[in-house]
Design a protein around this ligand. Structure first.
Ligand code: NAD
Length: 310
C-alpha cells in the first residue's frame, strides 16, 4: 500500500523566496554584500557555506567567504562592521563554543546581523516586539533557522489564515526537541507568541510555552513541567527535532497519526518508518535558512541606506 505521507523538501519551500529576492535585486539594481566568516573545521559549517555561496550567486547577492584563524575573528568582525561595502555579516558557529561564541554574536553590528543572533534581536523575539522603531517602519530581524521553521509551517498550512495575524497558531500543539539559544528556544517562543501551545524539550526536561488560556497574554510565558516525552509527543500536531547526534531517534510509536514532522538537525532524528506515521515530513530546513539569511540581508541593506517606507 502506498504511504499517504507527503515529503516536503526545503528547496520547494525556499523557491518562492529565492525568486522574490532575485526579482527585487534585479529591479532595484542593488547588489547587497554578505561576508561569511569560517573559523572552524566543521564539515557541516563548510556545507552551509557552500549552499550560501551557491544560493547567493543564483539570486544576485555578492557573497564573500573569509577563512580566518579563530584568534583573529573578533578583529575581522570589527573591520567588516566598519566597512561600508559590507551589508551583512555571518559567522559559522561553533567557533570556541559556549559563552565566547555568545560574546562574538554580540560583536556583529546590529545593522549587519543577518543571522539575527545579537542580544537585541533575540530579546525582541522573547518579548514579542515586532518592529525596531516606534513608527513601525523597520521590522525586526529574526533568527534565520527559527524563521525558516515558521516559513515551512506557513507553507504547509499549519498557520490558519482565517485567524488574525499574530494568533494563527491558536489551537495547535507543537513539540520542539532542542532548546538551544540559536534555534530551539527562540523557535518555541515565536510559535507560542503566534498562539501555539509549545512543549520545549531538552536534555534536562520539558517546559511549556503558551500565551495562557484564550491566548490573553501579549507575549508567551514559560512554565517548568514534570511531563515526559511519552506524554507530550502523542498530543502534538507538529513535532520539530534538532538533536545534533545521529544516535538520537524520536520513537515513531509516540507520534500522533498524521503528525507533521520537521527535522532541522544535520542528523536524521526521526526513525526510518516516519512516513508510515506522518502526514507531512520535512527532512531538513537548511535551504530555507539560507533564503531567510538573504531576506534579512536585503532588509538590513535597506535600513543602512534609509530605504524604509515611512
Ligand atoms: P546545541 O548543541 O546548541 O543544542 C542542542 C539541543 O538539543 C539542546 O537544547 C539539548 O538539550 C537538546 N538535546 C540534545 N540531546 C537531546 C535529547 N536526547 N533529548 C532532548 N533534547 C536533546 O545545537 P544547535 O546549535 O541548536 O544545533 C542543533 C542541530 O541543528 C545541529 O545538528 C545543527 O547542525 C542544526 N542546525 C541546523 C540549522 C539549519 O538551518 N538547518 C541551523 C542551525 C543548527
Amino acid at each position: 500500500m502506498p504511504v499517504a505521507c507527503k515529503t516536503v523538501l526545503a528547496s520547494r519551500v525556499s523557491a518562492k523566496f529565492r525568486d522574490e529576492i532575485k526579482v527585487d535585486i534585479k529591479e532595484r539594481k542593488v547588489c547587497p554584500k554578505l561576508v561569511g566568516f569560517l573559523a572552524n573545521d566543521d564539515p557541516a559549517a563548510a556545507k552551509y557555506a557552500e549552499w550560501t555561496s551557491k544560493t547567493c550567486a543564483e539570486t544576485g547577492v555578492a557573497f564573500e567567504l573569509r577563512k580566518v584563524d579563530k584568534q583573529d575573528l573578533e578583529e575581522k568582525i570589527t573591520e567588516a562592521n566598519e566597512d561600508p561595502d559590507v551589508n551583512g555579516i555571518m559567522v559559522y558557529y561553533p567557533v570556541f563554543g559556549g559563552k565566547q561564541d555568545a560574546y562574538l554574536q554580540n560583536c556583529v553590528s546590529e545593522l549587519k546581523d543577518v543571522e539575527g543572533l545579537c542580544h537585541k534581536f533575540v530579546h525582541n523575539v522573547y518579548y514579542n516586539v515586532r518592529y525596531m522603531d516606534e513608527e513601525e517602519t523597520m521590522k525586526c530581524i529574526i533568527p534565520c533557522t527559527p524563521l525558516a521553521c515558521v516559513k515551512i509551517l506557513e507553507f504547509i498550512g499549519v498557520y490558519n489564515p482565517v485567524i488574525p495575524l499574530g494568533n494563527r497558531l491558536y489551537g495547535r500543539t507543537i513539540t520542539v526537541v532542542n532548546r538551544s539559544e540559536i534555534v530551539g528556544r527562540p523557535l518555541a517562543a515565536m510559535l507560542a507568541n503566534d498562539g501555539a501551545k509549545v512543549y520545549s524539550v531538552d536534555v534536562n526536561g520539558i517546559q511549556v510555552f503558551t500565551r495562557g488560556t484564550g491566548i490573553h497574554l501579549q507575549a508567551h510565558k514559560v512554565e517548568d513541567t514534570n511531563l515526559t516525552l511519552e506524554q507530550v509527543v502523542p498530543q502534538s500536531d507538529v513535532v520539530i527535532t534538532g538533536v545534533p547526534t545521529p544516535k538520537y531517534k524520536l520513537p515513531s510509536s509516540l507520534l500522533k497519526d498524521g503528525v507533521i514532522a520537521i527535522n532541522f538537525s544535520s542528523s536524521a532524528n526521526f526513525e526510518d518508518d516516519i512516513k508510515t506515521k506522518a502526514s507531512i515530513f520535512v527532512p531538513s530546513v537548511g535551504k530555507v535558512t539560507v533564503a531567510m539569511l538573504e531576506r534579512n540581508l536585503l532588509r538590513l541593506h535597506d535600513y543602512q541606506h534609509n530605504l524604509v517606507e515611512k
